[in-house]
Design a protein around this ligand. Structure first.
Ligand SMILES: [Zn+2]
Length: 485
């Protein structure tokens, strides 16, 4: 493996400045789900320069794309993401919440994620050119991971069919291959259409959509008792019918999101919630309209690919944190609520037990930025989050890496995470991911038996639990027209 990681390190180091500049540009131009025009154009430009063949609008999504280099098997995919989060505009390097004047912000590090995988795909391309070995590198430009499940739409349209295996990573505060289980999720929007009328003069003529939405929420309260134990339901009012008290609200809408360890359970709960909407509409004399929004499945990481990633992660060296990153990390940690501090150490103890977890937590305790490597032997921990990588991992072998890019205890989707996104520690974490994933993918083209082993593992698990796409055949993604999402 050492030869392979060294090849990926050379490829990445040669383009270090360029990758950092791309990640900075993505950070400075945050775009939310399905609107990532700037980001997709920027990444496409670099891939074209490197000689990749481009297919724009992959799966019918305007900001999705596919860039391939080489020919023959194995076909190794890289799941690039580049979308930002609504409402998380944040000035980089600032230790207080301060908007940079944009609507959105990169608080989940996808500017690093998309660029890191660009580096990995190019490292594999360099190796294919040097070695003359058969193999294809494919960078998949995947929009709308946040709130859009972009990859699931792409999967349904067959975009990943040609890939033998795929890699991804996510910026984190620790370095490890990810063994976590994440939750499947389904989100639908419920619109109620009633009859507006004067609430004082003619209440009998009105049919309140707001009452329907509220009765649906009451029904949800009772339904919670009957949910599978690990399931969660979140909801938000999209439209409460306006601010006037003297008008019977003719229109109202709410969104419900279900999370559960299995997609099949989440879909079953979702059907019961549909019934709540129907019942509420009958009770209030309104009409319900149910719009599917998105869904994604649980994660099934491939242990063969994760073993490779772990080996590569153990070999790739990264510089110690610089003074400026350390100082910013310390100030950002101070801005967290008291009870959030120590969270990373707590998770290490939970995941590894004693004495390994205690020892790891001790290493974490040495400063705000973590350089230690998590041992491979970890019990699975259920994370109550969801990602559209889940579906790809149920369908094809997927290796999943985390590298430290953020200060410990700082949660993703926070202004603190966004503030740290342009630090040199974050950039080094991104370059490390490029080198590790690049090295692991080079290893796969060099040793076809490993590719076969990963495929056999995936097939065996598919037989145990077949993949069913959670998106209905007649649904299409809702592409927002403005930056309000
Ligand atoms: Zn993310």
């Amino acid at each position: 493996m050492r030869n392979y990681t060294e090849a990926a390190e050379r490829s990445t180091e040669r383009r270090r400045k360029e990758y950092i500049s791309i990640a900075e540009k993505l950070f400075d131009n945050p775009e939310t789900r399905f609107r990532e025009r700037y980001a997709s154009v920027l990444l496409i430009k670099k891939l074209e320069e490197e000689g990749f063949r481009l297919e724009k609008g992959a799966g019918g999504l305007p900001t999705a794309f596919k860039a391939s280099f080489g020919s023959g098997k194995p076909v190794i995919g890289f799941l690039g993401e580049y979308d930002a989060l609504p409402g998380l505009s944040q000035e980089a390097g600032c230790d207080e919440k301060r908007s940079c004047g944009k609507a959105a912000g990169h608080a989940c590090g996808h500017h690093l994620l998309g660029t890191g995988l660009l580096g990995a795909a190019i490292a594999l391309k360099d190796y294919l050119m040097e070695s003359g070995l058969p193999g294809t590198a494919v960078y998949y430009g995947c929009p709308a991971e946040e709130g859009g499940s972009g990859k699931v739409w792409m999967l349904r349209e067959g975009v990943f069919d040609e890939a033998d295996m795929l890699f991804t990573w996510h910026p984190d505060c620790i370095n490890r291959v990810s063994p976590n289980d994440i939750l499947a999720t389904v989100t639908k929007e419920y619109y109620f259409h009633g009859i507006p009328s004067h609430a004082g003069a003619a209440p009998e003529a009105g049919r309140s959509a707001l009452e329907a939405a509220e009765l649906m929420a009451v029904g949800m309260g009772f339904l919670r008792e009957h949910l599978p134990s690990a399931a969660r339901v979140h909801y938000a009012y999209l439209d409460a019918g306006g601010s006037a008290t003297n008008i019977v609200q003719g229109e109202a809408a709410a969104a419900y999101q279900i999370r559960s360890p299995r997609a099949s359970e989440a879909l079953a709960v979702s059907e019961r919630i549909d019934d709540l909407a129907r019942g509420a509409a009958i009770m209030t004399g309104t009409r319900e309209e149910i719009r599917f929004q998105r869904a994604s499945s649980q994660l099934r990481v491939n242990e063969t690919l994760n073993d490779l990633l772990f080996e590569a992660l153990s070999l790739v060296k990264r510089p110690d944190p610089d003074r400026e990153s350390l100082a910013l990390a310390e100030r950002l940690r101070e801005s967290l609520p008291e009870n959030a501090r120590g969270e990373t150490e707590k998770k290490a103890r939970e995941a590894y037990g004693s004495p390994e977890g205690t020892e790891l937590a001790g290493k974490y305790g040495q400063g705000p930025l973590i350089t230690a490597l998590c041992p491979r032997s970890v019990k699975k921990v259920l994370y109550s989050v969801s990602t559209d990588v889940g579906d790809v991992s149920m369908y094809r072998p997927v290796g999943y890496l985390n590298t430290a890019c953020f200060p410990k205890d700082v949660p993703l989707h926070s202004w603190q995470a966004a503030s740290f996104g342009k630090s040199s520690f974050a950039m080094e974490g991104m370059l490390t991911a490029a080198k590790v994933i690049g090295g692991a993918s080079i290893c796969l083209v060099s040793d076809p038996s490993l590719a076969l082993k990963a495929a056999t593992e995936c097939k065996a698990r598919e037989e145990e639990e077949p993949y069913v796409c959670p998106i209905p055949g007649d649904a299409y993604p809702v592409i927002p027209e403005d930056e309000s999402f």
